[in-house]
Design a protein around this ligand. Structure first.
Ligand code: SAT
Ligand code: MN
Length: 590
């Protein structure tokens, strides 16, 4: 009988040499090669319970579910401690923190020295993307966190499948992670795109340490995508199936707090009986040009790492079903009978809870029971509307791309670009307003190009140029749209109901992409005629919809000025075509 914990799943000499080198640096007491099996998962869950950071939940209510607690100082991504370590600062560009590679390696090497002493180093081979896909990438994460292993097993395809894809080659991402002492002073997330390497230390929070996600799939991914001629984007992917059985695939980028996961799991309203929205992905899209000249997308991930607060049966019933079993919760509140609770769940809180920090919490307490960024990690196979094509190696063909923001004014409910360059302009100038909860100041537009501001692993100007250049490869480019579910009237009331009713807008997008719906031309792009939108059964007047769709010249003059100010921050690498596009729109406004 073999000892499971010492089973080496590879003879790849590149992997073995690198693991040896990193172990020499971090000096773990032992090394465990992870295979992603259920027995391994059970062992790590038991370890977490014994160490006290993990709690098994009520198996009757939430079978296979656990709740983890983090260090209270370690609950979110840390953009100011996230670095792109390219040889020159120019390559990282003005939107990234930069450190010279030599300096970053030296600084972190000192921190990693002996950091795993007394601990176990887990070797986690993982695959991003469907097995056998031309887009799939192998990563290996070395971590001293069993919490990371439990999450990676859900978020990525883990174990032998990755080693099989790698073979005996050298083409894998080298990820090193140590919790170290979880001190914010010694916390760094460093990316070395030239070396396909990520070094993360001092945190145990998802986006900082599940290295396949933001670090590999977006930051390193976007860098490789530019080199290799594809796209790594912060986009959901959905398939909309009509009652006749025609499915149209749409990718969409929204900055945070704009309902991306909800849109990816949209439930069509009654009026759209017979329609089905299939989720391919809720966060990241890897896309390449197929031999047929269309854009094909895969979801590199295997699970959802979603925000718990606000998730309920009204906002996202499919998410609620997805997280009902085999889910790892982090920093939510837990009831005495082992159920979970968070702010914005349907029901009233129970009288007593254990809050996200492990303290007793009483109903009516002014403190939040769950952390506002508390999370669920759930296998995508739990999703009742998981696309049947999610494991398709070539992906799904994208007919439309939507860039959406949260804007009280200016941006129409839906706006179709004139052409690819105009569509790239829409993405490049994507903005979203800060909500009162976040900053205390409402209505400040933050530019978040393609929702990639924290995730683009190189110079943003070069990233735009890459988008523009890809048009030449696409014989059948997707149509590009801009959306805004959040426009308000003069009294501050939302003009559009949002959520499932966004299906009505999506339907127009699909029909436009398939060349069968009409539209109106405005100086800023195309919008639907009222008759192009099915408004039957909506508690909204035609006037309100007209307002939601309106292109107001004064608002747009200000918007185009503001985009110009943003573009100035990206000079000198901003493509001329985008500034000229801006000038053209200004001229068209008259
Ligand atoms: O905060 S994470 O990066 O882990 C998740 C997300 O923002 O999508
Ligand atoms: Mn995201």
């Amino acid at each position: 009988m073999h000892d499971h914990d010492t089973e080496v799943v590879t003879t790849n000499r590149h992997v073995l040499a690198w693991v040896g080198e990193m172990a020499e640096l971090t000096k773990p007491d032992r090394i465990v090669w992870c295979d992603g099996s259920e027995s391994e998962q059970r062992r790590l869950q038991a370890l977490g319970e014994a160490e006290g950071w993990l709690r098994a939940l009520n198996p009757k209510k939430l079978p296979g579910c656990f709740a983890a607690r983090s260090n209270p100082n370690d609950v979110a991504r840390v953009e100011h401690l996230t670095f792109i370590c390219t040889p020159t600062k120019e390559e990282a560009g003005p939107t990234n923190n930069w450190m010279a590679p030599d300096q970053a390696y030296a600084k972190l090497r000192a921190l990693y020295d002996g950091a795993m002493a007394g601990r176990t180093m887990y070797v986690v081979p993982y695959l991003m993307g469907p097995p056998g896909s031309p887009l799939a990438k192998v990563g290996i994460e070395l971590t001293d966190s069993p919490y990371v292993v439990l999450n990676m097993r859900i978020m990525a395809r883990m174990g032998q499948v990755a080693m099989d894809q790698l073979g005996d080659g050298d083409g894998f991402n080298r990820g090193l992670h140590s919790m170290s002492d979880l001190s914010a002073e010694r916390r760094f997330i460093c990316h070395f795109p030239q070396d396909n390497t990520i070094w993360s230390i001092g945190s145990n929070y998802g986006g900082n340490v599940l290295l396949g996600k933001k670090c590999l799939a977006l930051r390193i991914g976007s860098y490789l995508a530019r080199q290799e001629g594809w796209f790594a984007e912060h986009m959901l992917i959905l398939g909309a199936e009509s009652p006749e059985g025609e499915t149209t695939y749409v990718a969409a980028a929204f900055p945070s707090a704009c309902g991306k996961t909800n849109f990816a799991m949209l439930i069509p309203p009654e009026r759209y009986n017979g329609w089905k929205i299939w989720t391919v992905g809720d966060d990241i899209a890897w896309m390449r040009v197929g031999e047929d000249g269309r854009l094909w997308a895969v979801n590199p991930e295997n699970g959802y790492f979603g925000v718990a607060p606000g998730t309920n049966f009204n906002s996202n019933a499919n998410a609620m079903k997805t997280i009902a079993k085999d889910t790892l919760y982090t920093n939510v509140a837990v009831s005495d009978d082992g159920d979970v609770w968070w702010e914005g769940l349907d029901n009233e809180p129970p009288e007593n809870l254990t809050d996200w920090q492990g303290r007793p919490w009483k109903k009516g307490s002014p403190d939040k029971a769950a952390h506002p960024n508390s999370r669920f990690t759930a296998p995508m196979t739990n999703n009742p509307f998981l696309s049947p094509f999610v494991n398709e190696p070539r992906g799904v063909p994208i007919s439309a791309i939507i860039f959406g923001g949260r804007r009280a004014t200016t941006v129409p409910l839906i706006l179709e670009s004139f052409n690819w360059t105009h569509g790239v302009y829409m993405g490049a100038t994507l903005g979203s307003e800060t909500t009162a909860a976040a900053t205390g100041q409402v209505g400040i537009v933050r530019r978040d190009p393609m929702a990639m501001l924290p995730f683009c692993g190189y110079n943003m100007g070069d990233y735009f140029a890459h988008w523009l250049r890809m048009q030449g490869e696409l014989r059948f480019p997707p149509k590009i749209f801009m959306s805004n579910w959040f426009r308000k009237d003069e009294s501050g009331k939302f003009l559009w109901p949002g959520y499932g009713e966004n299906m009505r807008v999506l339907k127009w997008v699909i029909d436009r992409a398939r060349g069968r719906a009409t539209r109106r031309e405005t100086p800023l792009g195309f919008i639907p005629r009222l008759s192009d939108l099915d408004l039957v059964g909506l508690d909204v007047t035609p006037e309100q919809v007209e307002h939601a769709l309106r292109v107001d010249r004064d608002e747009w003059r200000a918007e185009l000025e503001s985009a110009g100010t943003f573009f100035e921050t990206l000079a000198p690498r901003l493509p001329k075509a985008l500034e000229m596009q801006r000038q053209l729109l200004l001229a068209q406004l008259g």
